[in-house]
Design a protein around this ligand. Structure first.
Ligand SMILES: Cc1ncc(C[n+]2csc(CCOP(=O)(O)OP(=O)(O)O)c2C)c(N)n1
Ligand code: SF4
Ligand SMILES: [Mg+2]
Length: 351
């Protein structure tokens, strides 16, 4: 079964966003993933985030690699642009698309196999280049699509469904993204939509490389005792360092915080993130401190979630390269082809 049609009719009183769209307008095809798969909950959070932000679906480009996780863009934003690339190669295709047309909102969706094994090099470079995107890694610690082999994010000592123990050290994608200079780095859990949705909204508004690693249990192959990516394990070991509230473009803020543990951060585009701290000493503007916190938590078997690092004044790849602002598809032939005299000048400069 590869395709299921969704009923088109929906209740006339469904709530609408500023554009007059219901959540249904941000859905895609019916999911064919296993019932209870964490990836479906991430799709639901993405639908909620794009609906709440009232983003026109045709302004979004979603790109993915290969895996159950990489199939999910078929299940949300059915009216958006989509490109299901090859295994581990989503970052370079996204980079190219972004360079050709910066007017779209770029969403990269990947898995732990896709990003931390075959695509590890691509992952590292897309972060260090500061490509303006929201990169969601749906992390279940296994290759779900190919029947549950350990992936590179599986913790050392964690057990496979049939009892084998993983002997290899894990790749921590959050630490790697921090090391590579990603300017928005977060971790969340597919079972915590209240935490994940504002993180996605803030990441979309961030103008630089925004990375969210979402622990997303695989109910078919990695949800048993001995796994460190199961629903039970994450619920028991989840340490949220903060909670976010997100306001796009300086909308009026009416919430009153009484605990005092709130920092307000304004991003480049004017959007405001209110970070409710927990514990109160965690400072997401301090990259080195973030790395230390994550490493200390991992030593204790805890999973730190929340907004782990944020550089609100980040610049993206276009700023680094000083590129032409207009999208390629809006340029005429005379701009795209400067002529043989110019070519001759360039060539002679290279001799
Ligand atoms: C070049 C290449 N090598 C290997 C495969 C086989 N393959 C398909 S999906 C996958 C792993 C997917 O794991 P992950 O990214 O974690 O996604 P999940 O299914 O767990 O969501 C592999 C190895 C492939 N499709 N292409
Ligand atoms: S095999 Fe695992 S990752 Fe794939 S759909 Fe099923 S539960 Fe999800
Ligand atoms: Mg996986």
């Amino acid at each position: 079964m590869t395709f299921l049609a969704k009923p088109r009719l929906h209740h006339p009183t469904l709530p609408k966003n500023k554009l007059g769209y219901t959540r249904r307008d941000y859905e895609g095809k019916v999911s064919t993933l296993c019932a209870g798969c964490g990836h479906d909950s991430i799709s639901a959070a993405l639908i909620q985030a794009f609906w709440e932000l009232a983003i026109e679906p045709h302004k979004v480009a979603k790109l993915s690699g290969i895996g159950c996780s990489s199939k999910t863009p078929d299940y949300f934003l059915g009216q958006s642009h989509g490109f299901n690339t090859v295994h581990g190669r989503m970052p370079s295709v996204l980079t190219g698309a972004n360079l050709a047309n910066r007017d779209l909102i770029y969403l990269g969706v990947s898995g732990d196999g896709d990003s931390a094994s075959i695509g590890l090099g691509q992952f590292a470079h897309v972060m260090r280049r500061g490509v303006n995107m929201t990169y969601i890694l749906e992390n279940n610690g296994v290759y779900g699509l190919t029947k549950g082999q350990f992936s590179a994010t599986a913790d050392k000592g964690s057990k496979a469904k049939k009892g084998a123990t993983n002997q290899d050290a894990p790749v921590d994608t959050v630490s790697l993204a921090l090391l590579m200079g990603a300017t928005f780095v977060a971790r969340s859990f597919s079972g915590d939509k209240a935490q994940l949705t504002p993180l996605i909204k803030a990441a979309i508004a961030h103008s630089g490389a925004a990375f969210i690693d979402v622990i997303s249990p695989c109910v078919a192959f990695n949800n048993h005792p001995g796994s460190t990516k199961s629903y039970d394990y994450i619920r028991e070991h989840n340490e949220a360092v903060n909670r976010l509230d997100f306001w796009p473009n300086r909308e009026a803020i009416t919430v009153d915080y009484s605990d005092g543990g709130v920092i307000e951060v304004t991003q480049h585009d004017g959007s405001i993130i209110n970070i409710r701290k927990n514990p109160t000493d965690y400072d997401p503007s301090d990259r080195v401190n973030a790395m230390t916190h994550i490493a200390r938590a991992a030593e204790k078997g805890e999973v730190l979630t929340g907004l782990l690092c944020l550089a609100p004044d980040a610049e993206d790849l276009h700023a680094h390269l000083n590129t032409y602002e207009a999208a390629f598809n809006k340029l005429e032939e005379k701009e795209l082809c400067p002529g043989s005299a110019m070519l001759e000048k360039i060539n002679s400069g290279l001799r």
